[in-house]
Write a protein that binds this ligand. Structure first.
Ligand code: FAD
Ligand code: NAD
Length: 470
């Protein structure tokens, strides 16, 4: 039986309930706008269900085991074992708790929640398509729309995800057994984070990366620390190799690569994780009906998150790089505030980024080279962790804190951190840049002793030629 079509109206239609969409919906509700949020899969999007949270749960669990297993220098002897199925079900419980939390926050903000796929039917109307036989379509008339449909993994030729041999990050985060060997195609964010997880679980990991370094956007100074640690854990790197194809054999598969130097590779493994980037999701939406344009596969937006259509906004991964959850959060907020008539705008100068490798990477603003390219005369301070008392007591001393400022005015321009908890430490420098702080402000701020944050303090002092502890 077909249930008849229903038409409703809303001030703000939000399409997609990930970090961009659910924040836009909550903020719009707080601003007393009538808001409808449509999600076709699960609230929390990639971030909560298949990305940030699941991967960080795996990283934390494997770190606990690895640290206990490698603390003899501290006089600690342990032989921990990880029960993969136990770890997966713990991760699943966290995900359920958080996704239910997001759903209830949206409801409490007054948003109407609809399950289904939204597609535009016109400039001010959309249809909600429900999967399943016998369902009618709901139509929604809207004043404003916020597109927050996220991204999906790029599939390379010959490596279609099959969930058995060729895995996406989502498949890898649902594995219930540790593979003997894994080839990871791509040494970017996902490749490096998950290679570390699986290597610590006892899997033999080989990273096949077409460029000459992992995480190339971070630069050699940063990546060499992380690469050397990964190598010491047992990860093999095959740089200058691009994945070409694979073949099944009795004991698993062989991944073939095209090498830059002509020495093509063949790597046997049980599973192959492909993590070569993500692409905005623009094809579920019938964008043409609304007249919304895409540029290089993403929806182009201005500093108010507006598309080429004044009343339609796009936030998060669908609006392009950087594809980070906290960038999506901020864009969602700005879109809702602009719709409510507030003078909000996006400012990307202090978007931090972190890679949850071992050790972690945290970065914000400009590197020294970028500062030079932008015409600054950079003042630089670098504090190696081996000179930090707290790092030594953590038995983890590889890495550094580097701050970059304008030599003339001492305004902070950027920072790079490689350290345990770098993802937390970078927040201080993000705030400093956002507030227009100078090196002197950071150097004159009293930091708790003994902490890793003292290395931030010391780096700022170093940039002024006032190092005390190094
Ligand atoms: P998404 O989270 O992808 O949400 C989009 C939502 O829209 C989905 O729920 C989808 O079902 C829905 N949707 C799509 N089309 C429609 C439609 N037509 N109608 C209705 N609903 C629709 N970022 C970080 O900042 N830190 C991290 O540590 C981190 N780790 C990650 C680890 C992994 C393994 C991955 C894959 C990603 C990670 N990211 C991380 C990136 C982060 O997940 C994304 O940047 C973030 O989820 C983007 O949010 P979004 O709202 O734009 O899109
Ligand atoms: P990525 O862009 O970070 O890295 C992809 C890597 O794959 C690149 O180094 C590229 O040179 C390599 N590559 C591409 N094609 C290849 C081929 N055929 N053979 C070998 N190597 C190849 O992409 P990702 O790791 O898939 O992550 C996607 C996005 O998800 C990231 O850009 C980031 O925005 C987000 N993410 C963020 C975090 C975090 O914030 N900590 C964690 C995971 C994912």
């Amino acid at each position: 039986m077909v249930v008849g079509d229903v038409t409703t109206g809303t001030d703000v239609l939000v399409i997609g309930g990930g970090p961009g969409g659910y924040v836009a919906a909550i903020r719009a509700g707080q601003l007393d706008l009538d808001v409808t949020l449509v999600e076709m899969d699960s609230y929390g999007g990639t971030c909560l269900n298949y990305g940030c949270i699941p991967s960080k749960a795996f990283i934390s669990a494997t770190d606990v085991a690895h640290e206990a297993d490698s603390a003899e220098r501290m006089g600690v002897y342990a032989d921990p074992a990880v029960d993969m199925q136990g770890m997966v079900s713990w991760k699943d419980r966290l995900v359920t708790r958080l996704t239910k939390g997001v759903e209830s926050l949206c409801e409490r903000a007054g948003a109407t929640l609809i399950e289904g796929r939204a597609e535009f039917a016109g400039e001010n109307s959309a249809r909600i398509v429900q999967e399943g036989e016998g369902q009618g379509a709901e139509s929604i008339e809207f004043e404003h729309a916020v597109v927050a449909t996220g991204s999906r993994p790029i599939q390379i030729p010959n490596f279609e995800f099959d969930g058995e041999y060729v895995l996406s990050s989502r498949d890898a985060l649902a594995l219930e057994n540790v593979p003997e060997e894994m080839v990871v195609v791509g040494g970017g964010y996902i490749g490096m984070e998950l290679a570390t997880v699986f290597q610590k679980l006892g899997c033999d990991v080989t990273i096949v990366e077409q460029l000459e370094e992992c995480l190339p956007a971070y630069g050699e100074e940063v990546t060499e620390v992380v690469r050397e640690r990964a190598e010491s854990l047992g990860v093999d790197f095959e740089f200058g190799h691009a994945a070409a194809d694979w073949a099944e054999h009795e004991d698993g598969i062989t991944v073939h690569t095209d090498a830059e130097d002509g020495e093509d590779g063949a790597f046997d493994c049980e599973k192959c994780l492909v993590a070569v980037g993500r692409r905005p999701v623009t094809d579920t939406l019938n964008l043409d009906a609304a007249g919304v344009e895409t540029v290089d596969g993403r929806i182009d937006t201005d500093d108010r998150a507006r598309t080429n259509k004044e009343h339609i906004f796009a936030v998060g991964d669908v609006a392009g790089e950087p594809m980070l959850a906290h960038k999506a959060f901020r864009e969602g907020e700005v879109a809702a505030e602009v719709i409510a008539g507030e003078p909000a705008a996006l400012d990307y100068q202090a978007i931090p980024a972190a890679v949850f490798t071992d050790p972690e990477i945290g970065s914000v603003g400009m590197t020294e080279a970028e500062a030079e390219q932008a015409g600054f005369d950079p003042a630089v301070g670098k504090m190696p962790l081996r000179a930090s008392g707290r790092a030594l007591t953590l038995n983890d001393r590889d890495g550094f804190v580097k701050v970059v400022a304008d030599a003339e005015t001492e305004f902070l321009l950027g920072a790079q951190i490689v350290a345990p908890e770098a993802s937390e430490l970078i927040a201080e420098l993000g705030l400093a840049i956002e507030l227009g702080a100078t090196l002197e402000d950071v150097a004159a701020t009293i930091h708790v002793h003994p902490t890793l944050s003292e290395a931030v303090h010391e780096a700022a002092k170093g940039a002024r030629g006032e190092s005390v502890h190094y």
